[in-house]
Design a protein around this ligand. Sequence first.
Ligand SMILES: CC(C)(COP(=O)(O)OP(=O)(O)OC[C@H]1O[C@@H](n2cnc3c(N)ncnc32)[C@H](O)[C@@H]1OP(=O)(O)O)[C@@H](O)C(=O)NCCC(=O)NCCS
Length: 179
Amino acid sequence: MAIEITTATPDDVEGLAECAAITFPLACPPGSRPEDIERHIATQLSAGRFATLLGLPSHTILCLRESGRILGWSMTVLDQPTDTDVLDALSLSPVVELSKFYVHPEQHGRGAAAALMSATLERAARSGPPGVWLGVNQENHRAIRFYEKSGFRIVGTKRFRLGDRDEDDFILEQSLGVI
Ligand SMILES: CC(C)(COP(=O)(O)OP(=O)(O)OC[C@H]1O[C@@H](n2cnc3c(N)ncnc32)[C@H](O)[C@@H]1OP(=O)(O)O)[C@@H](O)C(=O)NCCC(=O)NCCS
């Protein structure tokens, strides 16, 4: 079955929340507390939250679908970073943040993530800034490998707050001029 990748619309918020609830835990390090994960999903990845995000002109959400079902999504943000660790690490400015990138396990290892990444980077390149960056948990080896295959390189480290714990992230960057 062919996959399609389109910009999210308000009709997609329930499907996005459903996909996000399945995929967010996969990105969390093994020691994460289930209650912190659940709280993050309930507050940051609900249908209502997606509706809010869709209304922000600085945010772009792409959906990956198969037979109409959302099986992956990405979100880029045009706001500039304020975290000093991020600012110190990046070599490019201004930048787009690849804030979210999640694919349903049914589609892992099948090329769907690469297709979503191509569409996401193409869209990011058209938005203007010369660079794109992201943060990924240092224990998320599969995602790190995937991002490196997609042209990103590790340029630094930062902290990510999940519940009352600080998690260690790598900061990755790539130029949008070369795609
Ligand atoms: C990250 C993600 C989008 C990648 O998509 P994917 O379809 O799994 O990616 P691919 O299969 O193309 O690439 C994964 C690579 O990691 C490798 N890999 C898998 N498990 C690994 C591990 N434990 N350690 C190191 N590499 C690993 C695979 O072999 C593959 O590399 P290869 O092509 O050189 O063999 C997807 O796994 C996902 O959505 N994960 C859950 C959510 C997530 O972690 N998102 C990122 C948040 S920052």
